[in-house]
Design a protein around this ligand. Structure first.
Ligand SMILES: NC(=O)c1ccc[n+]([C@@H]2O[C@H](COP(=O)([O-])OP(=O)(O)OC[C@H]3O[C@@H](n4cnc5c(N)ncnc54)[C@H](OP(=O)(O)O)[C@@H]3O)[C@@H](O)[C@H]2O)c1
Length: 264
């Protein structure tokens, strides 16, 4: 089985940036970066000290692995423009099935990093769970071997299970982050500083490293504190959308809580 040594990154966003840096650390080469716009292709190519192109025709076909890390909606469009023959190609999406890749190569798979990435923030890639899947046993071995050099947490996950992981990740990461945004806005409107909430946010995340989420749940809805719920409802009058979210979430917490109480 051939090793993966040379890689082309297709897409130059958050994930491509972090993957590119992690791959280089293992001593492998990023041959080229392709992206839709020159500015982002050039920015990542400069960071990785490599070449770039914005022309799908000019993508370097010499690589051992092509990593497609573009927005989910663009995956199909790019796949239609690539003809990679037998070259190994993977995408990094949580919710797009592996089979979209068969049109561009005979050898394909998934390299889904279960972490939140922003270009501006460094991550310890070694602890990022990497979910892998491939269209043959050989390709799976090849990909697993490659992934294990990048992270100590490599798991084989099929496309159906990956979609569920992605769904859970939206609840565990994207929604809480939106809640931080809401908190920030409510505080800022009253001249208060978000900084005061940072220890609370950190402790909330740290707690579930040891406790199960249902054991860690606190707050007025969990306690069934009707007076506070009513007060918060009044305070939220000027934010009808957030008022609705508060109500729905509080109801959901109550429902779950009574379910636990029945089972206890
Ligand atoms: N960010 C995360 O936390 C995260 C975590 C795990 C998995 N993922 C998955 O990884 C993939 C990339 O996510 P990301 O956060 O890195 O996205 P991103 O930062 O928004 O970058 C998207 C990249 O796709 C390119 N692109 C968008 N539309 C295109 C099109 N029509 N044709 C060609 N290129 C196009 C953009 O090119 P230009 O910049 O040149 O316009 C950009 O380089 C997605 O499938 C996402 O679901 C993301």
């Amino acid at each position: 089985l051939n090793e993966i040594q040379n890689i082309v990154l297709i897409g130059a966003g958050n994930v491509a940036t972090h993957l590119g840096l992690a791959i280089q650390k293992t001593g492998r080469s990023i041959l080229q970066v392709y992206s839709r716009t020159k500015a982002s292709a050039m920015q990542l190519a400069n960071l990785l000290n490599t070449e770039f192109t914005c022309d799908p025709e000019a993508i370097n076909r010499e690589a051992d692995l092509f990593i497609l890390s573009v927005t989910d909606d663009a995956i199909r469009e790019i796949v239609g423009k690539l003809n990679l023959g037998q070259k190994m190609v993977v995408h990094t999406s949580g919710s797009i099935s592996m089979d979209v890749l068969w049109k561009c190569s005979e050898n394909f798979g998934i390299l889904y990093p279960l972490q939140t990435f922003s270009k501006s923030r460094s991550v310890d890639f070694n602890s990022v769970p990497l979910c892998v899947e491939a269209n043959s046993k050989d390709n799976l071995h090849l990909l697993e071997h490659f992934a294990k050099e990048l992270s100590r947490k490599v798991v084989e996950v099929d496309s159906e299970k990956r979609k569920i992981l992605h769904l859970a990740a939206v609840f565990a990461c994207n929604f809480p982050n939106f809640m931080y945004n809401v908190a920030d806005q409510i505080l800022a409107d009253k001249g208060l500083n978000f900084e005061l909430l940072r220890p609370l946010i950190l402790e909330t995340a740290m707690k579930v490293q040891e406790l199960k989420p249902d054991e860690a749940q606190t707050g007025p809805a969990s306690r069934g504190d009707k007076m506070i719920l009513q007060k918060h409802d009044e305070l939220l009058r000027e934010y009808p959308d957030y008022r609705e979210i508060y109500k729905k979430l509080s109801e959901a917490i109550r429902k779950l809580k009574s379910k636990w109480e029945i089972y206890e």
